[in-house]
Design a protein around this ligand. Sequence first.
Ligand code: PMP
Length: 750
Amino acid sequence: MTEISRIFNIQVTDIKSLDGDINYSNIKYAITDNEGKKYILKIYPDKNELIQAKEETRILNKIGKTLSFSVPQTIETSDGQLFFQHEKGEAKLLSYTEGDFIANVHRTPQLLFSLGEKIAELDKALEKIESPVLASRRLFWDLQHAPFSYHKIELIREPEKRKLLYYFFDRFQHIVLPQLHQLRHSIIHGDLNDYNVLVKNGNIEGFLDFGDSTYTPLVNEPAIAMTYMMLDKENPFEHILPLIKGYQSIHPLTNLELELLPELITTRLCISLCNSAEKKQMGQDTEYVLISEKPAWELLEKWITVNPLKIKGLFLEAAGFKTENKQDKRNDLIAARTNMAGKSLRLSYSSPVYMTAAAFQYMYDEQGNTYLDAYNNIAHVGHCHPKVTGAIAHQSRILNTNTRYLNDLFTEYGSRLLQYFPAKLCKVFFVNSGSEASDLAIRMARTYVQRKGVIVLEHGYHGNTSTGIDISSYKFDGKGGKGNPAGILKLPLPNLYNGKFISGKEYAEDAIKSVREEIEKNKNPCALIAESISGCGGQVPLATGYLKALQPFLESFNIVTIIDEVQTGFGRLGKYFWGFEMHDIIPDIVILGKPMGNGHPIAAVVTTEVITDAFDNGMEFFSSFGGNPVSCACATSVLDVIEEERLQENANQVGSYFKNKLKELQQNHKSIGDVRGEGLFLGIEFTDPSGAPDTTTAAHVKDELKNNFILTGTDGPYNNVLKMKPPLCFNKFNVDFFVDQLDSLMKSRK
Ligand code: PMP
């Protein structure tokens, strides 16, 4: 005390130790003199920090007097020095600014506007400063060095959280990094978090702690301040706009800077969360480190639900820039498509959606809207999952070739995939689509059995190849179809809701009778092909016991069972990884597709040794793209995500929650005739008061849900079944939102 009094020619009456930022080694004390005036004493035991501290002092003392608010000013010793030797290291005495942390103050739009103005004023003053010392700093907090934090993501325990960080860091890498060189660079404060901004009497009083200042893109300054102002806010995007307006009124950001601003804010959140994870691992998870962790996760989770175009548009408009309206392009695209491909290529919905991007269970259109995706089962582990996009990008930079060369990925993925099957199903062939897989499956069955006929189920769909159409009642019985082709035996769909019989046993007996007649008449069936839950038939689970009773009969005539898992496989059904498990059978051939590559074209036929041996009749099996290294890397990452994020379990839990809520809804809405399905593969059948199919209501509900930004589809022979088959990361909040919307739109229809 006496030493400080002597050095500064004041009378110190009180010294209190202050908690410091654990990222730095400096020691801080609050000092009061006999006149009640306060100061901060900062001591630097680490010489490396001292170089930076001296530069900071030089800069702050230079700009301090020109600003309309306060920044820490270093007080000269009685002999005119800025630093002095303390027993723990070199030290300086700083002016103290009274005020409340903005963290603890109600933030009105006026206050945020004023904060924007003051940050801009500071940045304008710092812009004129040259500092090789600060320019040579490499801080992990500096947004331009975000890649320094990537390796910390793996320290986060929850995979569903990790995926968010990978996703947003990927955006930094692909959107920000390539444009970084075009941004204005300047010295900035670099950490205007809510404990570094002081407020007094409703005004911004000053900024503290310049210990993170670096030479970096200027826009990082408002980005960091905005990050903290957005935490814990119901509508963070609207809430923050006054800050942008305030900044813009003093030191305008360019169009490009504003466009990158959202990406930089999420980058800051990611760096902060990586830092928390690292500190936790090191046992340094103090309140100070973790204070923003929970709201930071909440903000990132909210961010995903908002279309990036919307956020960008809000920021640009707040700054006075015009954003383009893409409505005209949508109409042009519709016309160009029809012109290019003809009308057999259809669009969903009476007013089609123009998608520009997607993330996990959300899809974004060109208007800035976000759709909750309750429909696209291809994006099985979530749209644009960073593990999957990363695997594809990575492998496509190394090797992509065909299976006539040896490579590890093919065998590694193939043997891993087979582990999900019963031992009997021990061979796999890779192709590029579900259609190709069903085509190949039929060819294999024909080769093995040496007969050509196929038994199919009513309303089934198995693909768009010529064989695919021939075995799909959905197509040959549908519009433009020519009815049952020769050699195809069609059996009734074993539907327990409104079908011909009321039990699987009766359906099986009926099927056995028809197959027996077919054998006697034509002697030709080689295979039965079926889904375990008929998707195009209207999400109809095949009656329990049907396949179980039918399969032994088929086997006795050497007729193989092909199960099409293109829709139902890979854990979608929750309780079952494969749909055939639900029917307690082991098929001879299984067809895989859609979810296998999360949208990347890879599909497969899985079968037995005897069938594979018979198929090896001298003719080579080859698919140019099937099983290529990129596809295998992609499909491997899909399995990784399913396992890591326990998506099958999620499908089970969220799926039964969803089904129960829909069943509750059924009590209140007479037009819901049936709610059915397994896991996250569900259907709602709409019926009129007489129990007849209600196609109009189904179409209305589908379109209205879409108008309320929820994607579903309709199917079934009467198009009266609403289908829900979302990415498996669908959660209970999504279900609640879905069911609330459905409830209110159905109430309004009554
Ligand atoms: N089988 C089923 C059950 C399907 O739903 C589909 C596609 N809707 C296919 C096969 C054909 O798959 P793809 O479109 O990949 O050729």
